[in-house]
Design a protein around this ligand. Structure first.
Ligand code: PHE
Length: 337
């Protein structure tokens, strides 16, 4: 038994010295020191020795085990050095690097830019107006006198007397026309505020983009042409449109515009609630009362206006089903755009 141990020791040390790859050493380690290795096997048979010899053989087996272990240690140090000196440098260039977080535009900003780009190509100019407004710009000048029932639809946050957070970007129509003589062709993106309870499709703050075109002889055909061009560029050339009669105090006649659902192509699906159509904007011919409020002569000029919700367009375009996603600053959501 003792001779057997010595033989194993000699054999092991020889093989370890010759090994020159980490993998080889691993295999040798298993062969000699592993749970099913040569030494373990031998130790198991100690029980069959006469009781007097067991202790001495056990002792020796442990010694042999230690010697072999030391050989492994001696060997593996220089081996590692050799491998890394092959790369001839101290830094392990095979490790993945640390990527810096690169910022990006918020999905709503991206969609706003996309919408704006289409209208800029059509000759519109980009303008902005204040978020804190007076009642006059949010209501009176837009043909909604005090106590007019249509104010209900544009529920408003009031700050101090007569000041409010605008509930629509139509305010900017008035501000631009007061400053500029016709022709006018502008779009005005921005935040609007309505005291709605928050849920998957409502938020007390959201974004709209307003459009206004005023000139001599502007007709409903111009409205139709411009908005059809917009929808096809935004949602694809196959998009069909539907104009439904509607009511807005500041346009007459007024329409709501639906597009054929870009998810199912009009067949009916979850996104369009099986209707095949999606409502995307309100529009109409500027009401003469609005021209009068800003000092334009309704006998000389006509125009059209439109307004759309930016979140709604982003939700349709990307298949997002909860408006709150835009405002929670969850990187897992934002990183997808
Ligand atoms: N301001 C209207 C709204 O918020 C949209 C609109 C704008 C309709 C311009 C017609 C013309 O619902």
């Amino acid at each position: 038994m003792k001779k057997l141990l010595k033989d194993i020791e000699r054999e092991a040390i020889g093989q370890i010295r010759e090994a020159n790859q980490d993998k080889e050493l691993e295999t040798l380690k298993r062969t000699y020191l592993g749970r099913k290795g040569k030494i373990s096997k031998l130790l198991k048979s100690i029980g069959r020795l006469p009781p007097g010899e067991r202790a001495a053989v056990g002792l020796m087996a442990n010694e042999v085990k230690q010697n072999i272990t030391r050989q492994f240690q001696l060997k593996s140090l220089p081996l590692r050095k050799k491998t890394s000196s092959k790369l001839n440098q101290k830094i392990d260039i095979s490790l993945p690097g640390i990527l810096p977080d690169i910022g990006r535009l918020h999905p709503l900003t991206q969609i706003t830019d996309e919408i704006a780009a289409i209208f800029l190509r059509l000759g519109f100019r980009l303008v902005e107006g204040p978020e804190v407004e007076t009642e006059y710009y949010n209501f009176q000048a837009l043909n909604m006198p005090i106590n007019h029932p249509s104010r209900e639809t544009f529920h408003t946050f009031y700050t101090t007397d007569n000041f409010l957070l605008r509930s629509q970007t139509s305010t900017v129509q008035i501000r631009i026309m007061q400053k500029q003589r016709p022709p006018v062709a502008v779009i005005a993106p921005g935040k609007v505020f309505r005291p709605d309870a928050t849920d998957a499709s409502h938020s007390f703050m959201f974004h709209q983009i307003e459009g206004l075109l005023v000139d001599k002889d502007v007709t409903f055909s111009d409205l139709k042409g411009s908005l059809t061009t917009f929808c096809r560029q935004m949602f694809g050339g196959e998009t069909r449109m539907r104009f439904r009669p509607h009511y807005f105090p500041f346009t007459e006649p007024s329409v709501e515009i639906d597009i054929s659902c870009m998810i199912c192509g009009g067949k009916g699906c979850r996104v369009c609630s099986q209707k095949g159509w999606l409502e995307i904007l309100g529009a109409g011919m500027v009401n003469p009362a609005v021209f009068e409020a800003v000092g334009y002569n309704p006998e000389e000029v006509t125009g059209f206006a439109f307004g759309m919700g930016i979140e709604r367009i982003a939700m349709l375009k990307y298949g997002i089903d909860d408006i709150r996603m835009f405002f929670e600053n969850d990187m897992r959501f934002l990183e997808q755009f």
